[in-house]
Design a protein around this ligand. Sequence first.
Ligand SMILES: NC(=O)c1ccc[n+]([C@@H]2O[C@H](COP(=O)([O-])OP(=O)(O)OC[C@H]3O[C@@H](n4cnc5c(N)ncnc54)[C@H](O)[C@@H]3O)[C@@H](O)[C@H]2O)c1
Length: 350
Amino acid sequence: MRVFVTGGAGFIGSAVCRHLVADLGHEVVVIDKLTYAANLDSLAPIAASNLYRFERADICDRAAIDLLFEQHRPDAMIHLAAESHVDRSISGSRVFLDTNVVGAFTLLEAVRAYLAGPGKGVADSFRMLHVSTDEVYGSLGPDGLFTEDTRYDPSSPYSATKAASDHLARAWHRTYGLPVMVSNCSNNYGPYQFPEKLIPLIVLQALEGEPLPVYGDGANVRDWLFVEDHARALAAILQRGRPGETYNVGGRNERRNIDVARRICAIMDDLRPAGAPHERLIAFVADRPGHDHRYAIDATKLETELGWRAQETFDTGIEKTVRWYLERRDWWAPLRSDVYRGERLGLTPA
Ligand SMILES: NC(=O)c1ccc[n+]([C@@H]2O[C@H](COP(=O)([O-])OP(=O)(O)OC[C@H]3O[C@@H](n4cnc5c(N)ncnc54)[C@H](O)[C@@H]3O)[C@@H](O)[C@H]2O)c1
């Protein structure tokens, strides 16, 4: 199978590509604009494979995308390209509208044209998987879980644009019969995550003896999923999911942000005892505007229909992740010095 992976140079996209090529033996063509969040080093483990190709393109550029369909004639597409950081969406939302909404629309239309034209031969088997987030459902109280039927209620410019693109994907299925599936996943963590996101930021700040910023009182709850479990879920949905369906993806690993920070500090105390106790670095900072209180996913449909199970618990996954960042300074040091130095984002509207 030849799979287009948009956003393949990002955090989750690169994990998907490594899984498709190295574990499953599929061909991938990465389509990525290479924004600040991209890193081709994350694809180094498969870069020498003849199953891997890279194409630099903006998903909003219809002519470029049409040409790629014409040239590569894919059997499937996993769409991950997005602006993905909530704090950046608060400071500057325009690019989120462009990439997350107009970009998704452009791809849906390009797939439609492809399946009516050069891709006619694969029209019956072609699948497009639109990758989204649980943040489209808004915030939960202390109880309950998001199911595939939960009403959309996004709070941030990021989640509102992702919600818009999910609606487009479903509408293109109902109106044009496009073979699209949607997945809504909880917060991911793991190797190769850009160090503006909570977990890598805490690890690197702790390593450098810098303050560990925890928003508000740290009581916000996220349902953490190890990125390689997400990659396995996306491969399962692509191969065995039903067009028009939505699948929630989550690891049943709810943690308060403050407990995530404390767990990382405990691991750092073991691995870097000279800096112990790292907890002394925790600093409560002004909360994120519109900060959702709790997200939690009910992944029963994915588990029962497609037989997927998360393989990592939070405790096993977080330990692997901290060790990876300690070993892979070569990967993150250029980002910390040139692209993002750990400064606070998303407090002042642009
Ligand atoms: N990170 C999470 O916890 C999480 C959870 C659930 C869902 N998601 C979704 O998964 C997807 C991937 O998230 P991520 O964390 O890997 O994001 P990321 O920010 O790490 O990577 C995004 C990638 O998309 C590329 N990109 C951005 N704009 C583009 C454009 N206009 N054209 C082509 N490429 C473009 C970037 O260069 C980058 O390589 C997103 O759609 C996100 O909404 C993320």
